[in-house]
Design a protein around this ligand. Structure first.
Ligand code: ZN
Length: 412
C-alpha cells in the first residue's frame, strides 16, 4: 500500500529528470485529490483550510451536537509539493506514511483517546510562491494570511487568485474555520543527507532543526587591463572573494555541528582579459545552536574586513535572512526516542540541516521528527531513494509515536 501510493504520487508531475509539483499547479492539485481519495477510502474525515493545507482525521467526535468540547488531535504530516525535478520521497513519504500509520492503528482495533490527524501541508518547498513552509507558516501564525494572499508566484499570479483558481482549494472538501492547533505533532521524513547510512542507523530521532543565516557580500575592487596593470597594487575583487570563500569554510570547520557554504558568486565584468572589479557572493550558514552561528558569523565578518583592508577592496557583509534553530520538544522527542529504539538498536539522534514544516508547527504545539536514511544521502534530485524496509520501519515508529502521544496528557 505504502509503495503503491508513493508510486502513484511519483507519476504526478513526472519529468525526464524527476518530479515537478509546484503549489496550485495541475500536478500538485492532483496529488491533493489523490490524498483525499485515499483518506476517504481509509475511512478518515477530510477537511482543508484557507491556506490549502489538507487534513485527514481518524476518531474524535463526529457529532457536533454532543456538546462536549473536542480535544485537539495529535497530528503527523509533511508536504506534497516538490522542488523542480525533485524526488518521490521528500514530503510525500511523511504524508503517505501518515495515512499508512493511521490505517494500521484503525485496523488494530485500538481506539486512541484523542483524534489522530494526517496533514498535507501546502507549499513547503517555496514552490511557485516565494515563501518556504507556506501552509504550515500560516497555520502556526508565523505569517499572517493577508501577507500570503499578496504573494506573487513565478508566473505573476497572486496567491489570493491561485487559491481560488482551478488548481487551488479542492471541491467538495469542507473548509475549516481558522487554524486550530494540534495537541502535539510528529513529522516523518527522509534524512536527505548521508549521516544515517554512514552510521548504519535505520531510524533517526531529530534533536533540532538547524538555524540558518544568509549573507550577501559585496566586494568593490578596481577593474583594469589584465596585461598592463602590474600584480602589485591591484585591487582584484575576485582574489579577495576567493580568500573570503576559504575563510567561510574555515569558520565552519572550526565550529562543531556547523555548515557554511558559498554557493553563489557573480563576477564583474567576468572577462578573461579584465581584472575583476566587482564580486557579489552569498553565504549560507547553519547550525542547530544559534550561539555557534553567532560565533561563525563574527569570525567571517572579521576575516572579510581584514582581507578587504589588505587588498584595498571594499567589503560589505549584509544579512539577508535569519532563521533561529528550533529544538524538538522534550516529551515528544522522548516518545519518538522510545519508538525508534525499540525498532532499531542502532537508531541515532541527529540534527536536521534542512528546514521542515515541523519547525513552524513547533511554535504552536510540542513537536518532534523521525528520520529514515536516504540512499547515498541524495535528495532534491530525481534518483532520491530510501530502502523499502526502512520506509516500513519509519511508518511503524510513527504509528507507535502517534499512539503514545494520544495517551499523553497534553494541555490542548
Ligand atoms: Zn521535505
Amino acid at each position: 500500500m505504502l509503495h503503491d501510493r508513493l508510486g502513484a504520487l511519483a507519476a504526478l508531475g513526472a519529468t525526464d529528470d524527476g518530479i515537478d509539483r509546484a503549489l496550485f499547479t495541475p500536478a500538485e492539485r492532483a496529488a491533493r485529490e489523490l490524498f483525499v481519495a485515499w483518506a476517504r477510502a481509509d475511512g478518515l474525515r477530510v477537511e482543508q483550510d484557507r491556506a490549502g493545507n489538507v487534513f485527514a482525521r481518524l476518531g474524535g467526535a463526529t457529532d457536533a451536537s454532543s456538546g462536549s468540547a473536542q480535544a485537539a488531535p495529535v497530528q503527523c504530516g509533511s508536504h506534497l509539493d516538490t522542488v523542480r525535478n525533485g524526488g518521490a520521497y521528500d514530503g510525500a513519504y511523511g504524508v503517505v506514511g501518515g495515512l499508512e500509520a493511521l490505517r494500521r492503528i484503525a485496523e488494530s482495533g485500538e481506539a486512541p483517546p484523542r483524534a489522530l490527524e494526517v496533514v498535507a501541508w501546502a507549499g513547503e518547498e517555496g514552490s511557485r510562491f516565494p515563501l518556504g513552509c507556506l501552509g504550515s507558516s500560516v497555520y502556526s501564525g508565523l505569517t499572517p494570511y493577508a501577507d500570503v494572499e499578496a504573494l506573487v508566484g513565478d508566473d505573476g499570479e497572486t496567491f489570493a487568485a491561485a487559491v481560488r483558481g482551478p488548481y487551488g482549494l479542492l471541491d467538495g472538501v469542507p473548509v475549516r474555520d481558522g487554524f486550530p492547533p494540534p495537541a502535539a505533532y510528529v513529522e516523518l521524513h527522509i534524512e536527505q543527507g548521508p549521516v544515517m547510512e554512514r552510521e548504519g542507523a535505520r531510524l533517526g530521532i531529530v534533536s533540532a532543526i538547524a538555524g540558518q543565516r544568509r549573507f550577501r557580500v559585496l566586494l568593490d575592487g578596481v577593474a583594469g587591463h589584465a596585461g598592463t596593470v602590474p600584480m602589485r597594487g591591484r585591487a582584484d575583487a575576485l582574489c579577495a572573494a576567493s580568500e573570503i570563500v576559504l575563510a567561510v569554510e574555515r569558520a565552519a570547520l572550526d565550529a562543531d555541528d556547523t555548515v557554511a557554504t558559498v554557493g553563489h558568486l557573480v563576477v564583474e565584468p567576468n572577462q578573461t582579459n579584465i581584472v575583476p572589479g566587482r564580486v557579489v557572493l552569498r553565504i549560507d550558514l547553519r547550525s542547530v545552536e544559534d550561539g555557534r552561528i553567532d560565533l561563525a558569523e563574527r569570525r567571517i565578518r572579521a576575516r572579510a574586513d581584514e582581507i578587504g583592508a589588505q587588498r584595498g577592496v571594499g567589503v560589505s557583509v549584509e544579512t539577508i535572512e535569519t532563521r533561529a534553530a528550533v529544538p524538538m520538544e522534550t516529551r515528544m522527542r522522548l516518545l519518538v526516542s522510545a519508538a525508534c529504539a525499540e525498532r532499531d538498536p542502532r537508531a541515532i539522534t541527529i540534527a536536521s540541516g534542512a528546514g521542515h514544516d515541523a519547525m513552524c508547527v513547533a511554535h504552536v504545539a510540542p513537536t518532534a521528527m523521525i528520520f529514515v536514511p536516504s540512499i547515498g544521502g541524495r535528495s532534491h534530485v530525481g534518483d532520491e531513494r530510501t530502502a523499502p524496509a526502512d520506509l516500513e520501519l519509519g511508518v511503524e515508529a510513527l504509528a507507535a509515536t502517534l499512539l503514545a502521544a494520544a495517551h499523553a496528557p497534553w494541555s490542548g
